[in-house]
Design a protein around this ligand. Structure first.
Ligand SMILES: [Zn+2]
Ligand SMILES: [Zn+2]
Length: 148
């Protein structure tokens, strides 16, 4: 790609098609293959970088701890000055974009029931007989006082 970037900077070519698959480190310390499709296009004294990056990362659900997957789908558009193009590092751009796109928490399903806080059973797969009544901690303190 280095040579193509040089040609693009010199104006020998006006476009580089991006159809790449790069291994990139995710914010969760995994390395995943990222598919990149797009192009670098010379427009006057600047280069327009436009692509869509996609990657799938194995994750565990924040609620039930079950295996799930997170899909990164990142549209990207940036104008790069010609002088900067020879040092352009696609994998570094992707690494930063994955950081930004990373979720605070991953759920296997929006409706995931999680684990029972008492017995730890996976409530998506089974039910338990634990007390399910949710008592506000402030109210439970009051209740204790009243019970005494
Ligand atoms: Zn879950
Ligand atoms: Zn339970």
């Amino acid at each position: 790609m280095k040579e193509q970037l040089r040609d693009l900077a010199r104006g020998v070519i006006t476009q580089i098609e991006l159809n790449e698959r790069l291994m990139v480190e995710t914010p969760f310390d995994n390395r995943v293959p990222v598919e990149v499709t797009g192009a670098l296009t010379r427009e006057g004294k600047q280069i327009l970088l436009r692509f869509l990056a996609r990657a799938v990362e194995d994750q565990s659900c924040s609620r039930c701890l079950g295996d799930t997957k997170f899909l990164y789908e990142i549209p990207y558009e940036e104008v790069v000055e010609i002088e900067q193009i020879e040092t352009f590092d696609l994998s570094e751009v992707l690494r930063q974009e994955l950081q930004l796109a990373a979720p605070m928490r991953v759920l296997c399903d929006e409706d995931c029931q999680g684990l029972c806080p008492h017995c730890g059973i996976n409530l998506n797969e089974a039910t338990c007989d634990c007390e399910t009544e949710q008592i506000d901690p402030r109210l439970s303190a009051l209740k204790r006082l009243l019970d005494e």
